[in-house]
Design a protein around this ligand. Sequence first.
Ligand SMILES: Cc1ncc(C[n+]2csc(CCOP(=O)(O)OP(=O)(O)O)c2C)c(N)n1
Ligand SMILES: [Mg+2]
Length: 906
Amino acid sequence: MADTSDELKSELMRNIAPQDAAELDVAETREWLDSLDYVLQSGGPVKVARLLRELTVHARQNGVKLPFTANTPYINTIPADDQSLMPGSPDVERRIKSLVRWNAAAMVVRANKAEEGIGGHISTFASAATLYEVGFNHFFKGHGDGAGGDGDIIFFQGHAAPGIYARAYLEGRIDESHLENFRRETRPGGGLSSYPHPWLMPNFWEYPTVSMGLGPITAIYQARFMRYLEDRGLKPKSNAKVWAFLGDGETDEPEALGAITLPAREKLDNLIFVINCNLQRLDGPVRGNGQIIQELEAAFRGAGWNVIKVLWGREWDPLLAKDRDGLLVKRMGEIVDGQYQKYAVSDGAYVREHFWGVDPRLLDMVKHLSDDQLKKLSLGGHDPIKVYNAYKAAMEHKGAPTVILARTIKGYGLGEAGEGKNITHQQKKMNEEELRAFRTRFGIPIADADIAKTPFYRPADDSIEVKYIRDRRQALGGYVPSRKTRSEPLASVPADVFEEFYKGTEGRKASTTMVFVRMLSKLLRDKEIGRLVVPIVPDEARTFGMEALFRAVGIYSHAGQLYEPVDMDTLLYYKEASDGQILEEGITEAGSMSSFIAAGTAYAAHGVNTIPFFVFYSMFGFQRIGDLIWAAADARTRGFLLGGTSGRTTLAGEGLQHQDGNSHLLAYPVPNLVSYDPAFAYEIAIIIQDGIRRMYVDQESIFYYLTIMNEQYAMPAMPEGSRDGILKGLYRFRAAAKADAPLRAQLFGSGAILLEVIKAAEILESTYNVSADVWSVTSYSELYREGHACERWNMLHPGETPRAPYIAQCLKDAPGVFVAASDYLKALPDSIDRWLPRPILALGTDGFGRSESRAGLREFFEVDHRWVIVATLAALARDGKIEASVVQQAMKTLDVNPEKANPATS
Ligand SMILES: Cc1ncc(C[n+]2csc(CCOP(=O)(O)OP(=O)(O)O)c2C)c(N)n1
Ligand SMILES: [Mg+2]
C-alpha cells in the first residue's frame, strides 16, 4: 500500500468540516481515489506527490483553506512492499535476544532478592530489546583495532543498562560475577554501575545518559563535532553514525528536543535518534489523552528530520493491505495512547470488541483471526524486520538526520509481572511463577527446579548463539560499547606561548579576559597544538573581546559562507568557513557544553587530542547547565571552562541575574574539576600551561574552570618562586614591609578583589601601622581538597607523624589576624579556616546582585579596600591588640556605616 494515498485520504477526512462531509458524494470520492491509484500504479509515488503538490497549490490559489498538518497517518512509514529482506538468521537472533532478556531480568531480580533491594530496571530494556539487538547484529559499528576510533558512537538509554550488560555477558566480555555485582560497585573486583558511567567503567561506557535529556543533546553536538573534525582535516571522513536511544517520556526534557533544529540545518545524516515509544514513563502514560508518536513526528518533521515510524508488526501488513477504504488507518489514528495501553494489557476479546467492534466492516476484516491471534498482533518495535528496515533506511538517508519512532510495550514479555502496567517501570522483583512464565515464553533452557535461584544462562563458547554473536561483532568492527583512550599523549606543552605573561604588562592596563584572549590567540597560532584548540562561545565573543578570532581562525560552518558578510570591508569581519575553528554556538549554553563534551572526549572517542576552551557568561554556567558539567566530569572530558564577566562586584551594571558570586562554590562538588579564580596574567599562564600538561601530556581525567573578569589593571611580574603556590591554590604575593611590627595581618585576596586587598595593605601600613602579608588565593577548592586529604590520612594513621595541609604549612607561623576577601561567597574562605592557626574573618558577596557601578557594588557587598581595612582592624581589636575606638574612628574616616543593611539578606 502506498502511504501517499493514505496520507491524502486521512488528511481529507480530518480537514473537511462535518456538514461538507455529509454533502460529499461517496461515488465522487471513489472516483478521485481511483484516479489517484491509477497515477500511483502507472507513474509511481514521486508522480503522485508532485500531483498532490500541484493540486494543493491550485486549491490555495482558488481560495481553499487547507489546514496545516505535519503528520502522516498512524501507520509505518515504510510500506511492507518496500521492505528489504533481513540478512542473517532470524531464528538464532531471536534465541540470542531471549537469552539477553533473561539475563537482564535475572540480574535485576537477583539484585533485589535481599530485604534491602538495590534497584534496577527490567521493563525499559524489555521494551527495547529488539531495538538494540537488531543494532548489535547488523548496524552498530565498533571502533575496530585502529588507533583512530572510527566506530559509531552510541548513547544507550540509561535504564536499559541491564540489557547491555546481559549482552556483554553473552559476548564473553564480562562474566557472571560482574552480573552478580550489578549495582554493587564497591565489592572487591568491582561491580557494574547502575547506568552508563564512563567514570566508573572507563573501558566500557562511552557517554553518560541517565540524566534524562542530556543524551539527546550531547548526541546532536557529537554528530556535529564529527563533521567538524572531518571538515578541519583532523580525522579522515567516515561513515560512522551517532545513535541516540531515548525514552518517549524523556522527550519532555527541554534538552531532548531543544536542539533538534541544528542537525537538520547542518544536514547531519550521521545522526540517528531511536525513540522507544512504549507510551509510558515512570508514573503512567506519556500522553494518556493524546498520541506521543504523532506529537514527536510533527516536531521532528517540522524541524526538518527524516521521520520513520515503526508502529505495527508484520501481522498487520495483510490487514492494512485489505484496508481499501482507509477504515483501519483511520481507526488506528483515532485511538489515544492511554487506550492503546489498555489494549496492550487486555485479552483478544476485549480488543475485538473495543478496537475493531466500532464498525462491522472492521470486524469483518479480522473475523478469520482467533482472540489469541488478535492479541498477538505485534508492534513495530518488537518486529526485527520492521526495525531492520527502519535502521537501513536511516543509514541510507542523505542530507538530514533520522528519527525512528518505534512503538513498543513497556515491560514486554513480563506478563502478569508488569507488561504494559502503570507500575512496570518500578518492577524489580518477579515471583517464581512469573519467572517460570517468562522463562517459558522466551524458551530459556532452565529447569523448573532451578528457577527459584534465577540463574544466569550463557550457552557454551562453541554454541551457535555465541559463535553468531562473535561473528557478527567481528564483522562490524568489534564490541560496543567500548571505550579507551585512542590518542597518543602530547609530547610537551609549548612553553614560549606563555613567556610574555610572566613579566606582566609593565604598567599597561589589561583585564584577565584580555589576557586570556591573547593567550588563546597565541595558542591557536602555535605550530604544535594550534590546530587542536577548539574555542567555543555561546554568542558572547564580542562581550569577551574575542571577535578578532573570527577573522583569524574563522567560525566553523559546514556550508562555508554563502553570503557577503555585512562587515566584509572591516579587519575583523564575521568570517564563516568550512574549516573554521571557532564553534560559535549561538545562545545555547547547553549546546555549547555539549560541544565541549564532544571536543573534550575526542581523545578517547576519535583519537584526537582536541583542547576545548568554552568561554561563557559565568552566571549561566554552573547555575544553568550544572548537570551537563556533571555529565562532562563523568565522561572524563578534558578542557577549559572559562567563566567570563565573573565576580559579583566586578561585573558592573548588569544586576541580580548576571552577577556571579556563586560559581566557585558550585564547582566544589565536581570531583575532577580543578577551579581557579586568578587575578594576574602570570597566574593564568601557569594554570593553563600546567592544565594542558596534566590533561594532554600526562593524560589525567580532569578538566578546568577559570573565572576571568573585565576589570582592567596593570598586570605585575610573577614573584619569584610562586609557581607551585599558584597551582596549589595560594602563594604570598607580597611580604609585609615590617615583619617585626607589633600589629600584623595576613590578608587573602582572589581575582579582581586581590587589588582591593593590596590597596588595603598599603593603607593599613601607612595609616594604621599594621604590617600585612598579602596572599593571592587562586583556588579555595584546591586548598580545601588537599586539606581534607591530609586530615583523612591523619585520621587513619594515628601514631604517625601527621601530615600538614599545604595551607597550614604556609601559614603556621604567620603572625597577626587573618582576613579574606573575594568576589564570591564567604563559604569559600570558611572552607579552609580550620587549617589556619587562628580563625579567619571572611568578606564576600553573599546575597543578590544589584545594578550598580563597580565601586558602588563593592561598597554594597562590603569587599572594597575600606572594608578590608575595617575588618583587619576589627580583628585586631577582637584580639586585644588595639582599642575598639581605633576601629570606630577608621569607620568614620573611611565612611563605613556600621548600621548598614546586611547585603546577604537584603
Ligand atoms: C532528569 C531526570 N529526571 C528524572 C529521572 C528519573 N526517571 C528515570 S526513568 C524515568 C521514566 C522514563 O520514561 P521514558 O523516558 O519513557 O523511558 P522508558 O523507561 O519508558 O523507556 C524517570 C522519570 C531521571 N533519570 N532524569
Ligand atoms: Mg517510555
